[in-house]
Design a binder for this molecule. Structure first.
Ligand SMILES: C[S@@+](CC[C@H](N)C(=O)[O-])C[C@H]1O[C@@H](n2cnc3c(N)ncnc32)[C@H](O)[C@@H]1O
Length: 293
C-alpha cells in the first residue's frame, strides 16, 4: 500500500507538517472557513495517486448503477470512488458530452475530470482549481490521459475568453466561493450559446431563497433542478468505512481533526440540502440578463 505522505515528493519534517496543518485549520477549525489553505495543504502533503476525489458521494437506495460508467482505473483501492464518481454521473445525468469542449471548475484532485475525459469521448477536457498544489498534483497524476489538461484558475475570474466551452461542470465547490453571483456571471461568459452548465452542491436551508434568486438573475435558463440530499447522505454513509480506513494513514493530529467530520451525517437534520441543477445558456440574448455576451 502506498504511504499517504509520499516522501519522494515532499521533504517535509513533522514540524513543518504540524505548522502547515495549523495554518490549514487556522481560524475556527471549520474546513470551509479557510478553504484554500486546507485544499493546498491536503494536495501538498497527501499525494497518494489513488486518492483523486474529494466529495460527499452519491448513492441510490437499491444500488442502481446503470448510469455510471466505470472502467479499470476509475475506481481506487481505498477510496469509495464509486460514490464519488456517481456524484459526477448524477450532475451530468443524460447530457451529451461527445465531441464537446468541457471545463470543470473546482476540479480538486482531478478524479472527476479524468473520469469524464476517459469515458465520454469529449473533444477536450480542462480541470481548473484555485489550489496551485492541487493543480500540480493533477498534472502529475493524470498526465497519461489524452485530451485532458489542468490549469490554475479562480472560479470568480476565469482565465478564458468569452464563449469558449460547450459544457461547464461544477461539483461540490461553489459553497467555497465568496461571490456566487460573480461565479455565475463567469460561467455565463465562458459558455457558448446553447451550452450547458451542470452544477451540484450543498447549502444551508436558510440560504435556499438567495441561491435560487442568484440562479434566476444569472441569465442562464434553469432546465432541471433535483434535490439529491438523500442520495448524497446515503453516498456519504456508504463511503464512511473507506474514509475511516484512509484516515488511519494520516498523522494522529489530523485524524483527530477529521474524524468527527467523517462520522457525522451532514444531511439528516434538514439544515443542509444538496441540489443538482442543469442550466442552458440561451441561444438568444435574454432581456432579463445583466450581461450582453
Ligand atoms: C470539496 S472539493 C471538490 C473537488 C472535486 N470537484 C471533487 O468532487 O472531487 C472543492 C474544490 O473547490 C476548489 N475551490 C474552492 N474555491 C475555488 C475557487 N474560487 N476557484 C476554483 N476552485 C475553488 C477547492 O480548491 C477544492 O479543490
Amino acid at each position: 500500500m502506498n504511504p499517504i505522505i509520499d516522501a519522494s515528493t515532499t521533504s517535509s519534517s513533522s514540524v513543518e507538517l504540524t505548522e502547515a496543518m495549523n495554518e490549514a485549520f487556522k481560524d475556527t477549525g471549520e474546513l470551509a472557513s479557510n478553504a484554500k489553505n486546507f485544499y493546498d495543504f491536503m494536495a501538498k502533503y497527501f499525494q497518494r495517486p489513488d486518492w483523486t476525489f474529494m466529495n460527499y458521494g452519491f448513492a441510490i437506495q437499491d444500488n442502481d448503477l446503470h448510469k455510471t460508467i466505470l472502467r479499470n482505473g476509475d475506481v481506487d483501492d481505498l477510496n469509495p470512488a464509486l460514490y464519488y464518481v456517481q456524484l459526477y454521473s448524477a450532475a451530468i445525468s443524460d447530457t451529451n458530452l461527445e465531441g464537446l469542449d468541457v471545463i470543470e471548475i473546482g476540479c480538486g484532485r482531478g478524479g472527476g475530470s479524468a473520469w469524464i475525459a476517459r469515458n465520454f469521448n469529449v473533444k477536450s477536457m480542462v480541470g481548473i482549481d484555485y489550489s496551485e498544489n492541487a493543480i500540480e498534483f493533477c498534472q502529475k497524476c493524470h498526465a497519461a490521459i489524452p485530451n485532458l489538461r489542468f490549469e490554475h484558475g479562480n472560479a470568480e475570474c476565469l482565465p478564458y475568453s468569452n464563449n469558449t466551452f460547450d459544457i461547464v461542470i461544477n461539483v461540490e465547490s461553489s459553497h467555497c466561493y465568496p461571490s456566487m453571483e460573480r461565479f455565475l456571471s463567469e460561467v455565463y461568459r465562458v459558455l457558448k450559446r446553447g451550452g450547458y452548465f451542470l452544477w451540484t452542491d450543498f447549502r444551508q436551508a436558510k440560504e435556499k431563497t438567495v441561491l435560487l434568486e442568484q440562479f434566476k438573475t444569472s441569465g442562464l435558463e434553469m432546465i432541471e433542478k433535483v434535490d439529491i440530499t438523500e442520495n448524497v447522505d446515503l453516498g456519504f454513509d456508504k463511503g464512511r468505512e473507506a474514509r475511516l480506513s484512509l484516515l488511519k494513514e494520516f498523522p494522529n493530529e489530523l485524524q483527530t481533526k477529521l474524524k468527527s467530520w467523517i462520522e457525522t451525517s451532514r444531511y439528516k437534520n434538514g439544515e443542509t440540502f444538496f441540489l443538482r441543477c442543469r442550466f442552458k445558456k440561451p441561444l438568444t440574448h435574454n432581456m432579463h440578463s445583466n450581461t450582453d455576451i
